[in-house]
Ligand binder design. Structure first.
Ligand code: AMP
Length: 395
């Protein structure tokens, strides 16, 4: 992909507007996962090293165009300072003369963080006037927020109209990795898709069956496929109205030489809660009041065998109700196998999208995968084959 990078511009003494994703999870008032902040450090350090001035721009949560203290980016300043070992200036205003003055007084290598852009309603409207005012704060626009690039907002798309642009180190790494696995993968290529529902991942499935050799379907969405094949699935989560759609997915997969792997045995329980009494069953005798909450051991074995003959793996979504023990077993067992194969150099493994990262963290497989994308919606849209507005505008 023909995107400019930071090294394509002379950054010395320039003001670089860097769109980052500081939308970090907060639990009990503290940042519970710093991965996104850690991810942007190389870009900031690079700009510092060549004597540029960094102006960080980000959204945080969904404040819907108004100020809310709990969505203020000032909360992220201490972590940024700790990771960079450098002081960060903070502007509570996003556009206007005061911000301009502060920015114009920045010295080479200094860093300023602007307040949450979503405090301005114009941000999510991609208002051109707002984007122009924002652009007047800098000389170059650098997008280092792949995870926000599926949104056409003023700070992701609008800015590109007014300034020379490039992608940051983190975004480049995300794009290069995703291109590697979906455009030029080492074959056989396997995709694992799990999670609750087919309806939210239908486009993803439709794109993957054209590209992958094996498609492993787990989690709640597998239930609809089993139901469509006439299997009694009791009280399991199921989208009965998608029966025909799932049969079409299976038919199209077959036409494209994509083998779909569905559960052959399952873990069932009558209650959706941690440590509920459970049974491991094949698919023939699931009772009316039972719910499928995880894949069973034979299915895990089969999936792991598919992994061992694959060269590349893409993973989105858990294999079961992974938040509730012991229904995390299937996700843990299979992700650990993928992690081990990756460590021994036999597999390239990439995972991403919302719950996937927390599911893989449970087994600590995230540390063993070749790459874990920090993007949720953007990762899914990329895997669906969509072109992301935040990337398209840079080309
Ligand atoms: P998603 O956001 O679509 O990736 O779905 C993740 C959610 O799917 C998690 O909260 C899981 O608990 C849930 N899930 C996975 N498998 C099942 C299942 N068999 N029954 C009910 N929920 C499930």
């Amino acid at each position: 992909m023909n995107l400019k990078t930071l090294t394509d511009h002379n950054l010395t003494n320039k003001k670089i507007l860097v769109r980052v994703d500081l939308n970090v999870p907060i639990e009990n008032g503290a940042i519970s996962d710093s991965s996104r902040v850690v991810g942007i450090i190389p870009t900031i350090k690079y700009i510092q090293s060549v004597g540029g001035k960094t102006i960080l721009i980000s959204h945080f949560g969904r404040p819907n165009g108004s100020y809310f203290k709990e969505y203020s980016l000032i909360q992220v300043v201490p972590l940024l300072e700790e990771l960079l070992n450098f002081p960060i200036k903070f502007s509570s205003e996003i556009i206007g003369e005061n911000v301009k003055k502060t920015i114009n007084s920045l010295q080479k290598g200094e860093i300023l963080l602007l307040e949450n852009t979503r405090f301005c309603p114009e941000e999510e409207m991609n208002d051109e006037n707002f984007a122009e005012k924002l652009s007047s704060l800098g000389d170059i626009f650098c997008n280092d927020a792949f995870s926000a690039s599926h949104r056409a907002h003023a700070s992701t798309v609008g800015l590109a109209k007014f300034l020379p642009n490039c992608v940051g180190h983190h975004m480049k790494k995300e794009i290069d990795t995703l291109e590697l696995v979906l455009k030029n993968p080492k074959k056989p290529l396997t995709a694992v898709v799990g999670g609750a529902k087919i309806s939210s991942k239908l486009n993803l499935l439709l794109n993957l069956i054209k590209k992958v050799d094996y498609l492993v379907i787990g989690g709640g969405m597998a239930n609809t496929f089993l139901f469509a094949q006439g299997i009694q699935i009791g009280n399991s989560l199921c989208e009965k109205d998608l029966k025909e759609t799932s049969l079409e997915v299976m038919y199209t997969a077959k036409k494209n030489n994509c083998e779909i792997i569905l559960p052959e045995d399952v873990v069932v329980a009558s209650e959706f809660k941690a440590n509920a009494k459970y049974n491991i069953k094949d698919l023939n005798n699931i009772k009316k009041d039972e719910m499928i909450l995880d894949i069973g051991p034979s299915t895990c074995k089969k999936i792991n065998e598919i992994f061992s003959i694959s060269k590349t793996l893409i993973w989105n979504g858990p294999m079961g109700a992974f938040e509730l023990e012991p229904f995390d077993n299937g996700t843990i067992d299979t992700s650990l196998c993928a992690g081990k194969l990756t460590e021994s150099g036999k597999l390239i493994s990439v995972a991403g999208g919302g719950d996937t990262v927390s599911a893989l963290k449970k087994s600590k497989a995230d540390k063993k995968f070749s790459y874990v994308s920090l993007a949720g919606g953007a990762f899914l849209e990329w895997m669906e084959g969509k072109s992301l507005p935040g990337i398209k505008c840079l080309l």
